[in-house]
Unconditional design. Structure first.
Length: 385
């Protein structure tokens, strides 16, 4: 079973507030879905999030890692700073129609106040405040919002329709993390990257735009502020594109003199080849040894300690950040199954995507006739650059 993580090559927030329409925030540590009150009126102006993953990294994972069908999701972690939110709201994600420049500026570098020229994407421009290239004109299958009711287009331009849109509803009583299923959009990027297919089957990878539903320019009501960690955060909570696929195999020998599959009773587990450190480039196969804690009395010439035993097919692994306890890879009954063959039990772990210079904890879950048992034996490792 496999989880594989990618981090954005760039992300930014673009603001429609009249004082910030040409503002670039390409290296700010957070991304914002804001609703800012105008300084000269009683209207509220939305912001939107742009982010993009490298073509080369998408090609590598789709060509060299994924086997068979896959699922892809985009996760953004909410900061603690969110305020004035409605009881519920819907957040939308779309693939962007055109490329954009990230820029290297921050929220406080406001062109309106100090004459700074933006060097990356903003509400008005897809490139920067020097070239001042407006967002593209509408074409088949795309939509956008405008400054007022006429062109030039501002606030980005994106593909719409079935297979392009993903939405998520969030409630004020819940956690505000975003987790979009982007399998359809990644498949369309893939069709363009590998087969040069064009709209509607394939589209170039220009990244994603994330916005509130109906975030009309100059809204009369306050929608509050949602903030998320950006790729420039100095935490483990960067936006993450998560690929999942099933590469498990379960073929075990059936010895005639004992039952090798453990379906009940107390079981001892050991990780036989876990190293203390792994480089991000490593893709180790983690091996698991199991045996019953108490063996049945019998006459035999083979020790039960060296006999191969197996958990049944409902065994899974999970990875946690050792310090924060944040679950990085959950017990996933579809995508973190443990495999088995004549040599024992195992699973493959991709260190790429785990933040370096941090410790991680490995846990094993076994669903059997006695219920669910989670094994936490202080199996931990560090990822280094």
């Amino acid at each position: 079973m496999a989880y594989y993580f990618l981090f954005p090559e760039k992300d930014t927030t673009i603001y429609s507030h009249p004082y910030r329409q040409d503002l670039n925030t390409g290296i700010v540590e957070t991304l914002s879905l804001a609703s800012e009150k105008g300084a000269d009126d009683n209207l509220y102006y939305p912001s939107r999030i742009l982010l993009k993953f490298k073509d080369s990294e998408l090609i590598e994972v789709l060509r060299d890692k994924v086997s068979g069908s896959f699922s892809a999701s985009l996760k953004l972690y909410a900061t603690e700073y969110s305020q004035n939110l409605p009881v519920s709201q819907t957040i939308e994600l779309y693939p962007l129609y055109e490329n954009w420049e990230n820029g290297t500026q921050r929220y406080l570098e406001r062109p309106y106040n100090n004459g700074v020229v933006s060097n990356g994407a903003s509400w008005l421009y897809s490139d920067n405040g020097t070239n001042t290239t407006s967002w593209s004109n509408l074409t088949t299958g795309t939509t956008a919002s405008f400054s007022g009711s006429t062109s030039p287009i501002s606030g980005g331009i994106w593909y719409t329709g079935s297979g392009f849109e993903t939405t998520q509803s969030i409630e004020i009583t819940h956690n505000f993390d975003l987790n979009f299923n982007v399998t359809n959009q990644i498949q369309k990027f893939s069709a363009s990257l590998f087969a040069s297919q064009t709209y509607p089957n394939g589209i170039p990878n220009n990244g994603f735009i994330i916005k509130r539903q109906n975030d009309v320019f100059n809204n009369a009501s306050d929608q509050g502020i949602l903030k998320y960690f950006s790729v420039d955060t100095h935490t483990i909570f960067s936006p993450t594109l998560i690929f999942k696929w099933d590469d498990s195999s379960y073929v075990v020998p059936r010895p005639s003199n004992y039952d090798s599959t453990l379906t009940s009773g107390k079981i001892q587990l050991n990780i036989t080849n876990l190293k203390k450190e792994y480089k991000q480039s490593e893709e180790p196969t983690i091996k698991i040894h199991a045996r019953p804690q108490y063996s049945d009395r019998e006459f035999t010439t083979t020790s039960s300690y060296v006999r191969p035993y197996y958990l049944n097919t409902t065994a899974y692994y999970s990875i946690e950040d050792y310090t924060s306890k944040e679950v990085i890879i959950p017990f996933d009954t579809e995508y973190t199954k443990i495999s088995a063959n004549s040599d024992g039990m195992y699973f493959k772990l991709y260190m790429q995507g785990l933040q370096p210079e941090r410790y991680y904890r490995l846990l094993i879950r076994h669903d059997n006739n006695d219920g669910i048992t989670v094994y936490d034996e202080e199996w931990y490792f560090k990822v280094v650059r």
